[in-house]
Write a protein that binds this ligand. Structure first.
Ligand code: CP
Length: 321
């Protein structure tokens, strides 16, 4: 046994910081992460030594193209080494407790990036040890690092987040939750969510976003109809209707979602608006190909920004920034 464990002190890191919900971040920390991600995106440097000497576990219990690759690439680009675990790799599958798993992994890893398939509270259990930072790479209730990438994309394009008018269309899923919880903290932001009835934001998320907005001077509204089309927006944002590929119990769900498709017709009322999508997209469902592949789409820059957001998050969690 090596005790006391010295890697944090020896490698110059400060206290462990977890990113499980954007609510874990102060306004200053959120702004710093978004700004740092935008700096990485804007700058010529795509690598560094900030994480040299650290080992990051990349533990994904659900499919991922962008988030898993972005954290793996970010860790490698900043000098860390990584170990990847898929859904069949850990003894939690054979009954080892999450508490014991956390205790063991924290003696070997500095950071654990997790996409959960189960109870979001599992990440808090993994974080209940003093050595290893835990990062939420998407739970059922929130996708915090997606929001860092999204806000960095807005900052990069508009030069600010404050005062933007953003219309989110589609399911009130974990991406929508993270957007609502973060955008509501920026003064003058107007976030309008158009979500199909029965597929809106969780009431608890809506309540937290409303509290943020009351404190910051933002506004957040949610409507369940497209009868009056949205107009005068700077940004349209949507996500795949089948979040993480899951189907919906209602066999008629597609007809419920159909009015919320992002089409060029929306632009008649917001001619300067840009388009964001967290991807993966389903052309012809959540968005038309004309929009996704059109000149106003930032969706693929936004996907690239996930790596810069991951670089910013890893630096911060490791106390190397
Ligand atoms: N946007 C996003 O989280 O993509 P992946 O599911 O591919 O990671």
């Amino acid at each position: 046994m090596l005790s006391p464990r010295g890697s944090a002190a020896e490698s110059g890191t400060s206290a462990v910081r977890h990113l499980i919900s954007t609510s874990d971040l102060s306004d200053t920390e959120l702004t710093a992460l978004v700004t740092r991600a935008a700096e990485f995106a804007d700058g010529p440097v795509r690598s560094g030594e900030q994480l040299t000497g650290l080992v990051a576990g990349i533990h994904f219990l659900k499919t991922s193209t962008r988030t898993r690759t972005s954290f793996s690439a970010a860790a490698l680009r900043l000098g860390a080494k990584i170990i990847s675990f898929g859904p069949d790799d850990l003894q939690t599958n054979t009954g080892e407790t999450l508490e014991d798993t956390a205790e063991v992994l924290s003696r070997m890893l500095d950071i654990l990036v997790v996409r959960s398939a189960g109870d979001p509270a599992d990440l808090r259990t993994l974080a209940a040890q003093p050595r290893m930072a835990v990062v939420n790479a998407m739970t059922a209730d929130e996708h915090p690092t997606q929001a860092v990438a999204d806000l960095a994309t807005l900052l990069g394009h508009f030069g600010r987040v404050e005062g933007l008018r953003i219309c989110y269309l589609g399911e009130g899923n974990n991406t929508a939750a993270a957007l609502a919880l973060t955008l509501s903290r920026f003064k003058g932001v107007h976030l309008e969510l158009r979500t199909p009835f029965g597929y809106g934001l969780e009431p608890a998320i809506r309540g937290r976003a409303a509290a943020n907005a009351a404190a910051s001077g933002a506004t957040v509204v949610e409507l369940h109809s497209m009868d009056t089309p949205p107009e005068g927006f700077d940004v349209f944002y949507t996500t795949r209707w089948q979040t993480t590929g899951t189907s919906k119990p209602d066999p008629e769900w597609r007809s419920v979602f159909a009015p919320f498709q992002v089409t060029t017709a929306l632009w008649d009322r917001s001619p300067e608006a840009v388009f964001l999508h967290d991807l993966p997209a389903h052309r012809g469902e959540d968005v038309t190909a004309e929009v996704l592949d059109g000149p106003r789409s930032l969706a693929f820059d936004q996907a690239e920004n996930k790596m810069y957001a991951a670089m910013a998050v890893l630096e911060w969690c490791a106390g190397r920034r």
